[in-house]
Design a protein around this ligand. Sequence first.
Ligand SMILES: NC(=O)c1ccc[n+]([C@@H]2O[C@H](COP(=O)([O-])OP(=O)(O)OC[C@H]3O[C@@H](n4cnc5c(N)ncnc54)[C@H](O)[C@@H]3O)[C@@H](O)[C@H]2O)c1
Length: 320
Amino acid sequence: MVVAAGNRILVTGALGQIGTELVEALRARFGTDTVVASDVRDLPNHPVVIDGPYRHLSVIDADAFDTVIVEENIGLVYHLAALLSATAEKNPELAERINIGGLVTVLEAARKHHLRVYAPSSIAVFGPDSPNHAPQVAPLNPTTVYGRTKVTGERLAMNYWRQYGVDIRGIRYPGLISYKAPAGGGTTDYAVDIFHAALKDGHYDCFVRADTRLPMMYMDDAIRATISLMDAPAESLGESRAGYNVAGISFTAAELADAVAARVPDFTCDFKPDVRQGYADSWPDSIDDELARQEWGWRAEYDLDALCDAMITGIQLSSI
Ligand SMILES: NC(=O)c1ccc[n+]([C@@H]2O[C@H](COP(=O)([O-])OP(=O)(O)OC[C@H]3O[C@@H](n4cnc5c(N)ncnc54)[C@H](O)[C@@H]3O)[C@@H](O)[C@H]2O)c1
């Protein structure tokens, strides 16, 4: 049975790093009651749970997902539930069940209920054979389990668009930097943790080498990119709609440590690479986002200085 799309928004994985800020932004724009947050975790004191509608929901439970879509009158899903890179490499089977199985749940519901879907991809889709300045169209041969789930996700999404006309869109997020929620077990978490450690302890042991350069983005830019992509007219989006490259800022771990030291007196940083160095080495240094600029007008606003100022002020104000 095909059910007409509703007029409310569901966010899966809403208690995570991105969900915490995306739900806040969507509720500010569309009204609190329009945005139903959901997650598999129980965090009753989380602002997303306190401030508006919340459903406890696992994305690998397709029946429960369908029920929520119908009961809550959902027409658009922001599907953020996933296991991130470092966690996925430790739990490969669970990562496939959640990252691929969960996406299938959402896509099947989208097909049946005529939902629009946002499902993010990642720079982890690139592998060692992609150019260091990663183009939109490149070989996608990631060495990580996480990256492979994201490549499969982009392909599945494109199949649902081509075969069933599901309006699905996605962005290959770079490492995202924010202070409102903890980073969720990704390889780029050092670029978040360094700020908290600097302000609390004056020191950080960084788990990648000083010369590690990765594409990053401040969360405000990522939220703006996400909402802009969903606002874009469908006819302006082409064959990369399930995984647009978007560029923010690329910097080395040493450049980040220097920028933090310039703002936090006596801050010191040691570089002690662990297993995550290998994941970082397999990813590009920077991202070519020309297509996102052309098709839906994307442009980042935060550079490294603006990002560092925003992080330090944000952490200081939230600890008062
Ligand atoms: N944060 C980044 O730097 C980054 C970079 C690239 C891509 N992404 C992608 O963006 C999306 C969101 O990332 P994030 O940083 O907010 O991750 P996160 O780990 O902070 O949050 C993910 C949320 O998903 C929830 N979740 C896990 N399993 C679930 C399940 N079975 N059912 C429902 N919820 C479940 C978790 O409880 C968590 O709250 C993911 O698809 C991730 O791969 C994030």
